[in-house]
Design a protein around this ligand. Structure first.
Ligand code: HEC
Ligand code: HEC
Ligand code: HEC
Length: 475
């Protein structure tokens, strides 16, 4: 937790002084302004991936469980021996915008360089000066990523980049307002909302035909945030979106858990209201996308505070949490009611949210309810902590529920307070508990590699034949 409060204080201070010190710093370094760089690093959430739990800021070593295996983020402190102290501005530009390391090796797109490719030259220079001058060097390398064949051949990413990497920094659209352009720049580039909210295509690329229409992250599901009135967030006012991004909660609608909770904590809550408003202006101008499962009614309006389907008074709270016979209702009374209330109405001050009119219980899929129960919620914004314990048996969880109990409990919650038709099975719980479905991509990649090897061989034979043919003609 130490590093979190460190970053907090660091950011709060920097934001406070940045307005005063801009001209001073601009003079101090001809390349860029470290205070602007710091703000951009916060907006881009570099720290989230480049810091291990309890590790030093930007020293890397965070294990990221991807469908292809474990990837480790690297040390991007200005250490000469372990970090990027030896990177020139050009090297840094190439890494952040094109995904190529100083030694020429390709980075995996777990580093969101496809989004950062939109960053302008000046913003990259500001970031560079910030990392070189203001980040404390850490002389320790983290674990090395070793993916299975053929993903260990980094060069294969060059082909992926040819297909999916945008070539140019953000180009302003002169027909749109300055605010819209700022929002587009932030959403597409720095804050990389699409990394989580845009569904992925066949080769793990972002499906740009349906941007921000909702995507599974393995455990959590990042919902549709297009302006569709029913499937998306078209019913939210601009002010509501700003409040949610700033605090991570919006009364009677949604809370931010999982990766969204982290993004709010480290990034969005530190951004200026102008920038958050600009994000809203841009999002509301996008093409609305309607999801088939959430066409009839919005996830924000399920359940009701007037007439909860079941009055739980009289149900005996269970003491033995491993009781197999416990019903969903008594599991709810025993584990959830103490905070969310006996009728799931939440607390008056809004600290404990109600479980109706709640995007998690109103969703058409169980992912986020299962992830909430398994992993809990922990988000701290401006010194205020939103904390719900997990029930998945991680260290620190007071109570551990098994797959069968969590399935029963979730089905009860959906039916009683949320979207009644949603059903989850103990197998669904087991899958989310182990981090989500494995990707068929590895198998595909292997087949793909074999196919391209054969293709390359055929090409060689053809070229050889053509050359021989030409040579013969010349002779
Ligand atoms: C979503 C996670 C994520 C975010 C956010 C992120 N990175 Fe990375 N970054 C990674 C991972 C993972 C790697 C290592 C990839 C690999 O080994 O191929 C990496 C590698 C790098 C490298 C290459 C360093 C080296 O020599 O290995 C640089 C430079 C870098 N990131 C800078 C940044 C900056 C600057 C930001 C913010 C603007 C940022 N990253 C945000 C995940 C992230
Ligand atoms: C690291 C992944 C990640 C990033 C980056 C991210 N989100 Fe999210 N977002 C999520 C997840 C997961 C949820 C669901 C959280 C929950 O219900 O607890 C979510 C929820 C939301 C919601 C609430 C929707 C609902 O139905 O509850 C909004 C609005 C939202 N995100 C907007 C954004 C915007 C705007 C950005 C970029 C500025 C962004 N998100 C970036 C993962 C992400
Ligand atoms: C110790 C108090 C406590 C207990 C016990 C508790 N919760 Fe929570 N719950 C919270 C808090 C605090 C939040 C987060 C509010 C916020 O994000 O601002 C929360 C959030 C949630 C959310 C919204 C999560 C999101 O990310 O959108 C759901 C759904 C939920 N709880 C369901 C449950 C269920 C089901 C149980 C029983 C297994 C339970 N809670 C037990 C305190 C609790």
């Amino acid at each position: 937790m130490m590093w979190r409060s460190f970053i907090y204080k660091a950011t709060a201070c920097s934001l406070a002084v940045s307005a005063l010190s801009v001209t001073h710093h601009a003079k101090a370094d001809p390349l860029g302004d470290p205070q602007r760089g710091r703000y951009l690093a916060v907006a881009s959430d570099c720290v989230a991936c480049h810091t291990a739990p309890h590790g030093q800021p930007f020293a890397g070593g965070l294990a990221m469980h991807t469908p292809l295996g474990i990837m480790y983020s690297t040390n991007i402190t200005p250490s000469l021996s372990a970090g990027i102290g030896h990177y020139s501005l050009e090297d840094f530009k190439k890494a952040v915008r094109r995904g190529v390391r100083k030694d020429g090796a390709n980075l995996y797109p777990a580093m969101p360089y496809t989004s950062y490719s939109y960053l302008t030259d000046q913003d990259i220079a500001d970031l560079y000066v910030y990392f070189q001058k203001e980040v404390a060097p850490v002389d320790k390398k983290g674990p090395v990523t070793a993916l299975p064949f053929p993903m260990n051949i980094r060069f294969s990413m060059a082909f992926w980049n040819m297909l999916f990497l945008n070539g140019k920094p953000y180009q302003s659209d002169p027909t749109k307002s300055a605010e819209w352009n700022r929002g587009a720049y932030l959403v597409e580039g720095a804050t990389h909302c699409g990394t989580c909210h845009t569904p992925r295509g066949f080769l793990m690329q972002e499906d740009l035909a349906h941007p921000l229409s909702g995507a599974s992250l393995g455990t959590w599901y990042a919902p549709n945030i297009t302006p569709d009135a029913v499937s998306g967030i078209g019913s939210w006012s601009a002010q509501e979106l700003t409040e949610y991004l700033h605090t991570g909660r919006l009364h009677d609608k949604a809370q931010a858990g999982g990766g969204m909770g982290e993004a709010v904590e480290h990034s969005f809550s530190h951004m200026s209201s102008d920038d958050l408003n600009a994000i809203g202006v841009y999002l509301h101008s996008l093409k609305p996308v309607s999801n088939p499962q959430e066409q009839a009614s919005s996830r924000f309006t399920q359940g009701s505070d007037v007439n909860p389907a079941i009055k739980l008074r009289g149900v005996v709270p269970i003491m033995d949490h491993n009781d197999d016979a416990a019903s969903g209702a008594s599991l709810f009374m025993g584990n959830c009611a103490s905070c969310h209330g006996a009728n799931a109405q939440g607390s008056k001050d809004g600290y404990y949210p109600s479980l109706w009119h709640n995007s998690v219980t109103g969703a058409s899929r169980g992912d986020n309810l299962l992830s909430t129960i398994l992993y809990g919620v922990s988000r701290s914004v401006e010194g205020q902590q939103a904390f719900m314990p997990g029930f998945g048996g991680k260290s620190g969880d007071a109570v551990q529920l098994d797959d069968n109990q969590i399935a029963k409990l979730s089905n009860f919650v959906f039916k009683t307070y949320g979207r009644p038709g949603v059903q989850v099975t103990p197998q669904d719980v087991a899958l989310i508990r182990k981090g989500g479905p494995a990707s068929p991509l590895l198998l595909l990649a292997r087949v793909g590699m074999a196919a391209s090897a054969i293709l390359a061989l055929i090409l060689c034979v053809v070229l050889f034949a053509i050359r021989r043919h030409k040579n013969r003609n010349v002779a």
